[in-house]
Design a protein around this ligand. Structure first.
Ligand code: KG4
Ligand code: ZN
Length: 336
């Protein structure tokens, strides 16, 4: 009988210090996330230097907790998977160095993982992949459509030309004086508002799967400024609902069109913005009645965690990929 593959995952690319143990790329044995959101809130966004310091403080505790909760020994662990990029370099370095130290001390193979591959593989913790598969990745740093024909094979078919979807959410939230991270705040307000303002939709060229959110962000900012100058009060709920309607419509339509053109057998959604209730509803509605499934992971697997890194790392490990002990953090790592 084939032995189980047990991988320890480590994620420190942004403001979450996370470690997790995953069995066979699909079964979460532990998933520990120490969030730093409270520390960054008063600055209105992630402060890289503060993020690195918190990772240093938390990483050992989080790793110990992940191993204790999984109830495994070092003997059981086959390899250590770590996010090598993209992300904040100082933050990434903490995870990469912890992983290298453990790999050296415990004589375990080391596997570097792309953060977006992790977001995609968060879905495999819930449902097995069926190829060809289309992944919509929407996070604070990324907005991408990725076509996968087999495990570990990523073809980028569309990406943002400027701001990421989550970045647009966070910037608009800041204009509305909402606390960081702004995405969930806008989502909450949007649910109470009406789409009373017609904001632009950036469809770009007819055959393009690329995205652009900076024009929309400027349109929202202009609307707020103009109202202020004329002493008018706009409802924050309606601005949120109108902004969200624009983001959600473009994401939904481009994903749907790509799914049809590439004749996929499955569509998955990943990244922090996949937690958005408006986007989840819109995609579910658009894809209902299709003969292939749409999967969106539960919210705790949409935002940054290490189970997703262990899940993606399992595939790399099984394919024989190994990183050396000179592995470095790469803030602009390409998904390949
Ligand atoms: O994937 P993630 O946790 O970190 C990155 O890799 O970037 O995504 C964080 C992003 C932030 O921009 C946050 O505002 C956004 O995801 N986000 C949301 C929601 N929850 C988190 N955006 C819209 N609606 C939400 N409910
Ligand atoms: Zn992320």
């Amino acid at each position: 009988m084939k032995k189980d593959t047990i991988i320890l995952g480590i994620e420190t690319s942004c403001d979450e210090t996370a470690a997790s143990v995953v069995k066979n790329g699909r079964e979460i044995m532990s998933n520990v996330v120490a969030s730093q959101i409270e520390s960054h809130k008063r600055f209105g966004g992630v402060v890289p230097e503060i993020a690195s310091r918190h990772h240093v403080e938390q990483i050992t505790l989080v790793l110990e907790q992940a191993i204790t909760e999984a109830d495994v020994t070092w003997e059981d662990i086959d390899a250590i998977a770590v996010t090598e990029g993209p992300g904040l370099v100082g933050a990434l370095l903490v995870g990469v160095n912890a992983a290298k130290a453990l790999a050296f001390a415990k004589k375990k193979p080391l596997v570097g993982v792309h953060h977006i591959a992790g977001h995609i593989y968060a879905n495999r913790l819930e449902h097995e992949f069926v190829f060809p598969m289309l992944a919509l990745i929407v996070s604070g740093g990324h907005t991408e459509l990725v076509l996968m024909k087999e495990h570990g094979d990523y073809e980028l078919i569309g990406e943002t030309r400027d701001d990421a979807a989550g970045e647009a959410y966070d910037k608009v939230a800041r204009m509305l004086k909402l606390p960081y991270p702004g995405g969930p705040q806008i989502d909450r307000l949007a649910a109470k508002g009406e789409e009373t303002i017609e904001f632009p939709r950036a469809w770009l060229e007819a055959d393009s799967y690329d995205f652009s959110f900076s024009g929309l962000k400027s349109a929202v900012i202009n609307k707020i400024h103009n109202a202020k100058q004329r002493d008018l009060t706009l409802s924050a709920e309606d601005i949120a609902a109108s902004f969200q309607a624009s983001v959600v419509e473009v994401l939904t339509e481009k994903t749907y069109r790509a799914a049809k053109e590439y004749n996929v057998n499955q569509v998955i959604v990943a990244g922090g913005v996949a937690a958005n209730t408006g986007l989840r509803k819109s995609l579910e509605k658009r894809f209902s009645g299709e003969d292939f499934p749409l999967y969106i992971p539960p919210i705790q697997l949409c935002t940054d965690n290490a189970a997703m890194i262990a899940a993606a790392g399992t595939i790399s490990f099984e394919k024989g990929h190994r990183s050396l002990l000179d592995l470095n953090a790469n803030p602009s790592l390409i998904l390949s």
